[in-house]
Design a protein around this ligand. Structure first.
Ligand SMILES: [Zn+2]
Length: 497
């Protein structure tokens, strides 16, 4: 290994250690910290971020990276580490100190205003803040630079390579194919899911879910599972990747698919190449690819018929006498109930994409200036009427429901849909490579699938772009037809279409 690269790695590791320590503090904040610890915690995290930022922008470090960008002796993983580190630094270097401070102030004011607006159902409290945010985001797009559409500059932060041009094609497919298909489903009788509701002790829910993620291949020597207000996965390294869940003792459906979702994220983190801990070659390619891993386990695996044929008797043992009359097929149909809903995070796996399509359209138009913030509730409500056939009862259950815009995250939503579409395409490729996949799932055996994901996706980190990875795995770029085929096969059977 050359000397210059060694120095780069030593400094990069230091920066990573600071960020991961910050991550542990963040995890503790969500899981264990008492309410009054918040002020000191904010200070701890801000000091650590400050030190990490200083190291990241150190002129000598930058000089070394710039020299390494032209080093032909590096291997693919090493080149990836240099290239991707530089990309991150170069993006943040474009912003002046004033811009960063202003953005952070507007975000923190927006967040409080959004919270109040949502609680009191008053969009007008949030509107002036969102207007300011949209203006700053337009400025950000100009600073970062773009070829065709200002929104491209913003998506790039979450999903490198995604553009309005590509997303428009994708969501046109969603509109033309998925809208009609779900209308046929809405017209049919819904599966009975009454057995999800009852009295299910927390301890048994925890133990059942622990068994599910263990059998997926989640390694508890390199992770843990805790209760938190919101389910999430945080990976400090492949050797320490944690998941959280929330539960309701009155509703079994609150925990199961969110734990397999977070478990899927965690398998990705645990499957990274340990040689590149904290470096781009040992980090997720993009948000959509991360989400593809969670959606694959949540939907393609743990909402499948084979899965519940295997796990139904297991579940019955955890809750003696409660689910004896429910068959694996009943449970499978219930967890695939499709119906229009107001809240994105409660949506089924089909109508979910209308929620994203609507947000994507609004974000794009706000960025190009073809709609104004004040039009938002009207456009939102009309879109929900149009695609889901429902009248939004309040802005709190409408355009104020998600925190993303208040956080300044414009361009983030599309990655959720992309994640599901990638998942369907990857799952097709896995079925091609593992002929016994469905049969294995029906026996509760997931080793083959997990190792396939590890070999084809996890261990590559950021060495390939999302598109390159997709082509290597499936032979083509992202193609919505895989998701549509999956949806049609599955739901035509459940709903007798
Ligand atoms: Zn997720």
């Amino acid at each position: 290994m050359n000397k210059r690269y060694e120095t780069f790695i030593a400094q990069s590791k230091k920066i990573f250690v600071l960020y991961s320590a910050n991550g542990v503090l963040g995890w503790d904040h969500e899981v264990y910290m008492p309410a009054n610890g918040a002020a000191l915690r904010a200070e701890q995290q801000s000091v650590l971020s400050g030190i990490a930022h200083e190291l990241k922008t150190n002129p000598e470090y930058i000089q070394i990276i710039q020299e390494l960008l032209n080093d032909k002796t590096l291997n693919e993983a090493e080149k990836c580490n240099v290239r991707e580190t530089w990309k991150g630094i170069d993006r943040s270097r474009k912003f002046s100190k004033e811009f960063v401070e202003n953005l952070s102030r507007v975000i923190s004011e927006s967040f409080s205003a959004w919270h109040q607006a949502k609680t009191e159902n008053k969009f007008e409290i949030f509107a002036p803040h969102l207007e300011k945010l949209v203006e700053i985001k337009k400025e950000e797009a100009k600073i970062v630079g773009y070829k065709n559409h200002p929104y491209d500059a913003l998506i790039d932060e979450y999903e490198p390579g995604a553009t309005v041009e590509k997303l428009d094609i994708l969501f046109k497919d969603v509109k033309e194919q998925l809208v009609d298909f779900t209308k046929q489903i809405f017209a049919k009788p819904k599966p009975n899911d009454a057995f999800f509701f009852g009295e299910f002790p927390h301890e048994a829910q925890h133990d059942f879910c622990k068994q599910l993620v263990t059998e997926m291949g989640y390694d508890f020597n390199c992770g843990r599972m805790d209760v938190a207000p919101h389910p999430f996965c945080i990976g400090f390294s492949p050797l320490d990747t944690r998941i959280t869940y929330r539960y309701k003792t009155s509703d079994l459906s609150e925990i199961i698919w969110s734990i397999t979702h977070e478990g899927g994220h965690a398998l990705y983190e645990q499957g990274m190449n340990p040689e590149y801990i904290g470096l781009p070659a040992g980090s997720a390619v993009s948000l959509a690819i991360h989400e593809s891993q969670s959606r694959l386990w949540e939907n393609n695996v743990s909402r499948s018929k084979e899965y519940w044929q295997h796990y139904m008797p297991v579940l019955q043992k955890y809750f003696p006498g409660k689910l004896d009359q429910v068959s694996g097929i009943d449970f499978y149909q219930a967890c695939n109930k499709v119906e229009p809903s107001f809240i994105r995070t409660n949506a089924d796996e089909l109508t979910y994409h209308f929620h994203i399509m609507i947000r994507y359209g609004i974000e794009k138009q706000l960025m190009e200036g073809s709609i104004s913030v004040n039009d938002l509730p009207k456009i939102w409500n009309e879109s929900y009427k149009n695609y889901l056939g429902i009248e939004v009862p309040s802005d709190s259950m409408g355009c104020l429901q998600d925190v993303h815009w208040a956080h300044g995250s414009i361009g983030y939503f599309p990655t959720y849909s992309l994640g599901s579409f990638y998942a369907a395409q990857f799952f097709d490729a896995a079925k091609r490579d593992i002929p016994s996949l469905k049969e294995d799932m029906g026996k509760g055996k997931f080793n083959g699938l997990r190792e396939w994901l590890r070999a084809n996706i996890h261990q590559h980190g950021m060495i390939f772009t999302a598109d390159e990875l997709c082509k290597r795995v499936s032979g083509e770029s992202l193609n919505f037809s895989h998701f549509m085929k999956y949806a049609k096969e599955k739901y035509a059977e459940i709903y007798s279409l």
